[in-house]
Design a protein around this ligand. Sequence first.
Ligand SMILES: [Ca+2]
Ligand SMILES: [Ca+2]
Ligand SMILES: [Ca+2]
Length: 115
Amino acid sequence: MTRAIFIIAAAFLATAANAESVAELHEKELNAIDANNDGFLSRDEFNAFSDYAFQTMDEDKNGTLGQDEAKPFLDIKQFQDVDRNKDSFVSRSEYDAQMNDDFGVADQNGNGLLD
Ligand SMILES: [Ca+2]
Ligand SMILES: [Ca+2]
Ligand SMILES: [Ca+2]
């Protein structure tokens, strides 16, 4: 199971908030992504964060992530999992497919909200 979203969120927020406990980090992640602060992560909030994360990682703004761009956020195994056609780049559609799968896996009761 690849939990790219949480790994990416943790990596983003870890750079901003070092020396936090894992529990505090998880809380911060959720607060950062939970735009309406209802304690749940809706599909829209997830998509907005996912888009923000992609734009941030795509430093040269060419619409794909090279290994160098993804390196601070994903290890090689995670990168290869997301790079479904194995061309050594993560396209936006590969990224979106992974994020969509991650949301589905994380949303165990299927109500469209993550808590
Ligand atoms: Ca929310
Ligand atoms: Ca790029
Ligand atoms: Ca690819």
